[in-house]
Design a binder for this molecule. Structure first.
Ligand code: OXD
Ligand code: MN
Length: 596
């Protein structure tokens, strides 16, 4: 595209959107690439770009007989995860970003990053990636355009989003699109910034090649910018999986959205296979990470998954823990920082079968069984098309989304939080989400049992002031005439003997069934001072070898533990400060007063 062109053709779509053409010209003028290539999203283009990525050493072909269409990418070892300390919300005032986000003034951020972007793409190609978050044509979908100098980003965006000409056709001449700029620059942590400008619907990301920092449709647009748009436009952008459950006699599935912080089995839950005793039951995956939820004409909350693929953590994924995820990675999948077997397949810690004697580790070095080093990076990933998932919901691409009957907030807690608890009402449910906490594991911190608050699993992903975000959740009740019921779950409670009280994995289906039955008013529960819990007789425990005493222990409300919990919450309330809605403060005070 030359500086004067007024249109360009991408696939079969003529692009004449003046704002888009102008912006691409400006980005190119700043980054000074050798070439500008508009991505059309075709199969032929994917083939050519994949071959190019292999030739450039960005991708390593895997054994094509074992894993057709699959490739391995090794990132720079200094660039293997999201960088929360380098992630900024650039709102006109610090208060708009709130006390839980890093903030930079927009002018200062643009100026600082423009210096880094100046000439950053010399000798490289600037790819223009138009993409849709959400089903194409859905009134709830959003369009983004990411310009990037990373071919790895283009190929990943092709899996994670609806990419190419279809997005441009949907956009037309509208101005309603997200402007995303990304350059790897020199992958230097000193020159790495992920900046969000909610007021400009803009994201600038520099110095990284790692998924969460550079696949701008995911955390940056679908959650940070999305949450800001959601507040302005009256909807919710949430860090939630969406699943449907269908019993043998159900004509239609019932849908649940659930938020979990990392290391709590979120992807496993989204793709759960019900245990044998649930013959004829089916869990359908709509999404494994993000939900956009709006009020439908029927006054219910309807959800779409804005993504088209899974960017999942590989270690720990096996046929036992998550067969559907394993099957999703059987073909057309990009692996990042996993280990390579001698016959060109992938391997990671926790995979089925014996540990191979020798491997090539995630850094490309020879690795021997018994080595103290991990073969796969603990945050190694698969980028797999949702279409590969045998349990993909037939409604996953429905432009209207699916109606949500229950919302679940989960965390990893060895004490206090019962296996499952239903809130008394919406405001109490929002309080449960707002005060969600999860314990760090020994591996991560050296100390077990440190509770970190991660409200609604959104702490790193809320694009504006967290207190105002809670306020938005409370406000939404006015519009949701038929609100979903809100629950809290904890698969990780331990007994006095230090063992887990609940088996987890597929048996979580039993908890899910109670949740759905409660949401439909079909089953009993016990009212406690803090919420409704099931007793052993309320949960379907057929075929599970567990005593009623252990179930009672798992669902027990211990008032002393809760007194300590409310004390622990005080620090978080102090952090959120003035912006914490009165309703949330009063919920806490009410519960504290009730337990005395
Ligand atoms: C993710 C995350 O990658 O939450 O989904 O970090
Ligand atoms: Mn996530």
């Amino acid at each position: 595209m030359s500086a004067t062109e007024v249109s360009t053709t991408v696939g079969s779509v003529k692009v004449s959107n003046p704002g888009l053409l102008q912006w691409v010209r400006e980005m190119a003028a700043m980054c000074k690439p050798d070439r500008v290539v508009w991505v059309d999203g075709s199969a032929q283009e994917k083939k050519v770009l994949t071959e190019q990525a292999v030739a450039e050493g960005v991708l390593i072909p895997l054994n094509q007989e074992k894993r057709p269409g699959c490739y391995l990418h090794r990132s720079n070892p200094n660039d293997v995860a999201r960088v929360e300390q380098l992630t900024f919300i650039c709102t006109p005032t610090k208060d708009e970003a709130g006390p839980t986000n890093n903030w930079m003034a927009p002018d200062a951020a643009y100026e600082k990053l423009a210096k880094l972007f100046d000439g950053a793409m010399k000798g490289r190609t600037l790819y223009v990636i138009p993409y849709v978050m959400g089903p194409v044509g859905s009134p709830y979908a959003k369009i983004g355009v990411e310009v990037t100098d990373s071919i790895y980003v283009v190929l990943n965006m092709g899996i994670m989003t609806r990419m190419g000409a279809q997005a441009l056709a949907m956009l037309g001449d509208s101005d309603g699109w997200n402007r995303g700029l990304h350059s790897m620059l020199d992958i230097n942590p000193e020159r790495r910034f992920i900046c969000h400008f909610p007021q400009d619907n803009t994201i600038w990301s520099v110095g990284s090649g790692y998924g969460g920092n550079v696949l701008l449709g995911k955390k940056c647009l679908a959650l940070r910018i999305g949450s800001y748009l959601g507040r302005n436009e009256g909807w919710l952008a949430e860090h939630m999986l969406i699943l449907g459950v269908q019993g043998p006699d159900d004509k239609e599935p019932t849908y649940v959205a659930a938020a979990f912080p990392s290391a709590c089995g979120k992807t496993n839950f989204a793709m759960m296979i019900p245990p044998e005793q649930f013959a004829g039951w089916k869990v359908w995956t709509v999404g494994d990470d993000i939900a956009w939820m709006r009020v439908g004409p029927d006054g219910r909350l309807w959800a779409i998954n804005p993504e088209a693929g899974y960017f999942g953590v590989a270690p720990g994924t096996s046929m036992k823990s998550n067969a559907n995820a394993m099957l999703s990675t059987a073909r057309d999948t990009l692996f990042t920082n996993v280990a390579l077997t001698d016959d060109g397949d992938v391997w990671w810690e926790g995979m089925d079968g014996p540990v191979p004697e020798t491997l090539t580790d995630w850094k490309g070095n020879p690795w021997k069984k018994g080595s103290a080093e991990k073969a796969a990076h603990p945050n190694s990933r698969f980028t797999a098309p949702a279409a590969n998932n045998p349990a993909l919901s037939p409604f996953a691409n429905d432009p209207q989304g699916v109606p949500i009957s229950a919302i679940i907030f989960g965390g990893r807690r060895s004490t206090t939080v019962p296996l499952v608890m239903q809130s008394f009402n919406w405001a109490h449910g929002v309080f449960l989400g707002a005060t969600m906490g999860s314990e760090t594991t020994a591996a991560a911190t050296g100390k077990v049992g440190i509770v970190r608050r991660d409200p609604m699993a959104m702490l790193p992903f809320c694009g504006y002031n967290m207190g105002h975000y809670f306020g938005h959740w409370l406000e939404m009740q006015k519009a949701i005439v038929n609100p979903p019921k809100i629950f809290q779950v904890n698969w990780f409670r331990q007994g006095k003997d230090g063992t887990f009280l609940w088996p987890g994995f597929g048996d979580n289906m039993r908890v899910l069934k109670w949740v759905l039955d409660r949401a439909a008013g079909r089953v009993g529960g016990q009212e406690t001072l803090l919420g409704w819990v099931p007793k052993a007789g309320h949960l379907d425990l057929t075929g599970l070898d567990i005593s009623h005493e252990r179930i009672d222990e798992a669902t027990h409300i211990d008032l002393d533990e809760w007194r300590a919990e409310f004390e622990l919450q005080a620090e978080f309330f102090k952090t959120v400060g003035e912006s914490m809605p009165a309703v949330i403060r009063l919920e806490r005070e009410l519960l504290m007063a009730r337990i005395g």
